[in-house]
Design a protein around this ligand. Sequence first.
Ligand code: SF4
Ligand code: SF4
Length: 282
Amino acid sequence: MSASIPLIDKSLVGTTGARPGAMGYLTDTTLCIGCKACEVACKQWNQLPMDNFEWTGHSYDHTKDLGATTWRHVAFIEQMSSDGDGSATLPPFQSDWLMMSDICKHCVKAGCLEACPTGAIIRTEFDTVVIQQDICNGCGYCVPSCPFGVPDLSTTDHKAHKCTLCYDRMVDGLEPACAKACPTDSIQFGPIDELMERAQRRVADLQARGIRSAYIYGDRAVGGTYGIEGLNSFFILTAEPEVYNLPAAPALPQDQVGPAFLTTLGAAIALGVAAIAALRGR
Ligand code: SF4
Ligand code: SF4
């Protein structure tokens, strides 16, 4: 297996776009063992209810996805051979399973924050993105405005919920619960600049050891352009972003409104001209 790394601009590799003082996560999926300690620690600290455990029929991962009550989600991705018949041939140190602990990306330019009409979604002093529950009115505008499908409306209080990057722990100088609980340091917390340097060293080491497909998802070269300007929660991956259910080139939906309007206007004018020409030709 090899990942054709979707570099958007090679000169941007290792740049983050984060503001001074930004804190965040590096999630190194090559270290994840799929124990889901991070999911449990997140639920415990944030007092989130358990999910309805059921067999999905398509994975051993029974918590399925991020949601209003699942702010960290560990995806189990089974690698198959290209003809779908049996296991894939994999590089050294890799199993047939990719494990990836997904979370809100705390985007440098956040679609959810820009779309929120009540000001409930704020950027904190740590450059993280938090939904203030006492101000959210449950309109749901943030849901389609996130390129990663992160915020979710609760069926109980009907408000939007997502990861807070444990803001309440950070103000007390504590690391977020998921990073604290991770037994393999797959989830690392700290200043963004330090994490990015660490991620670059780790990718170079992985590549030197034969995992040529390793790369950083979330610097501005990969998945951080098109208006988002980088992620304060980035990942080391070994397959294409889509394999992990991540967009290869996430874009702010708001930025598509202008071009979509112009396209519609152009089509309307063309139809009008065609209709006038047809009527004149009668
Ligand atoms: S990943 Fe989605 S919910 Fe998280 S900050 Fe970015 S736009 Fe907002
Ligand atoms: S706690 Fe660490 S190793 Fe366990 S599932 Fe989460 S990221 Fe993976």
